[in-house]
Design a protein around this ligand. Structure first.
Ligand code: UDP
Ligand code: MG
Length: 316
């Protein structure tokens, strides 16, 4: 029987210290999977260089020349983790029966890969990797992540809690994902809107062994904001509710003032006047800011720019 072709998609951004070590570990895992007839020998490790400024690409290129299981795609610019994943999936989709995306630092336990494949063989199209705990995360990352998952659920984007971008996708589910043409990409949220038969696999998270985290606070914030705004108009609705509430309060104040006036109590209301100027100024600024977020995104989407540009590609 023909064995399934597995593509591992590995996004890399300035990972010169990491790639070779990860390659060695993955190669021996792939060999054992081939030996155990779980995957085809045509399977590949696809490294996506997300516009690194260090030696990442030359290392990938060297590996490609010495190991026929290694392929590489080089994005011309740093476009971020999500786009790098998308680019990798797009490059792999017609060659692979199944695609597993995993960070190149291998913080996510690679020993879960056989379990991903087992679930795929049983007919799952999407297999989510779910982390067992968050012990390796710092206090800040752990708590911001938990709050974030709650928030996402509140705004109506169904992300599977504690699933990161370690997952398996069958060819048809990957094709479906690639039909999403929005450039504001939040794959974790899009995945749950695809449908298909899904499954979960639990895995442990290790400390990063080489190099440092490439997810700066800035990139994390951008991911969080993209997630929320690409899935809901909840923030806009909040402005509406806030506006209605303020309106109600001002009607009550008006009635109160009217009775005061009727009873002859003229109030020298400097404080309230000053307060309301500030208050409404604030409300208006917040509202404009939120609307601006969306208008900005409409502007960006309306350009229909390519998400990334490939500089080099070893896949023939
Ligand atoms: N990454 C990327 N582009 C970026 C930032 C990160 O492709 O702009 C990759 C990075 O090389 C790694 C993965 O995304 O393979 C996850 O990043 P990292 O391990 O730095 O994040 P953390 O595990 O600290 O959340
Ligand atoms: Mg990492």
């Amino acid at each position: 029987m023909e064995k399934d072709v597995l593509y591992l998609v590995l996004p890399c951004y300035n990972e010169e210290e990491t790639i070779e070590i990860s390659h060695r570990k993955l190669r021996s895992l792939m060999d054992s999977l081939v030996d155990r007839k779980i995957i085809s020998s045509e399977s590949k490790m696809l490294f996506v260089d997300d516009g690194s400024s260090d030696k990442t690409w030359s290392i990938i290129d060297k590996l490609h020349r010495t190991d026929d299981m290694v392929e590489g795609v080089k994005l011309a610019q740093n476009r971020g983790h999500q786009v790098a994943l998308y680019a990798g999936i797009e490059a792999a989709v017609e060659k692979a029966d199944a695609i597993i995306t995993i960070d190149v630092d291998l913080q996510q336990d690679i020993n879960a890969i056989p379990r991903f494949m087992a679930s795929y063989e049983k007919g799952s199209d999407i297999v989510f990797g779910i982390r067992n705990d968050r012990q390796t995360d710092g206090f800040f990352k752990k708590h911001t992540a938990l709050i974030y998952y709650k928030l996402m659920r509140m705004v109506g984007a169904g992300i599977v809690p504690n699933s990161a971008d370690y997952r398996l996708m069958s060819r048809r589910s990957a094709r479906a994902l690639l039909q999403y043409k929005e450039s504001n990409l939040f794959i974790r949220g899009l995945i749950t809107t695809l449908g298909f038969k899904t499954d979960k696999v639990y895995f442990d998270v290790h400390e990063r062994e080489q190099g440092s985290s490439k997810y700066t606070i800035h990139k994390m914030l951008k991911l969080a904001l993209d997630g929320i705004t690409s899935f809901s108009i909840f923030p806009i609705r909040c402005v509406l509710y806030l506006g209605l509430m303020v309106l109600l309060v001002s009607i009550c104040v008006m009635i109160h003032d009217f009775f005061d006036w009727y009873n002859g109590n003229t109030v020298d209301g400097w404080a309230s006047l000053e307060l309301s100027i500030w208050f409404f100024g604030g409300v208006q600024l917040v509202s404009i800011g939120i609307i601006g977020e969306y208008v900005g995104r409409i502007y960006m989407e309306s350009k229909r720019r390519p998400r990334y540009i490939i500089e080099e590609n070893t896949i023939k």
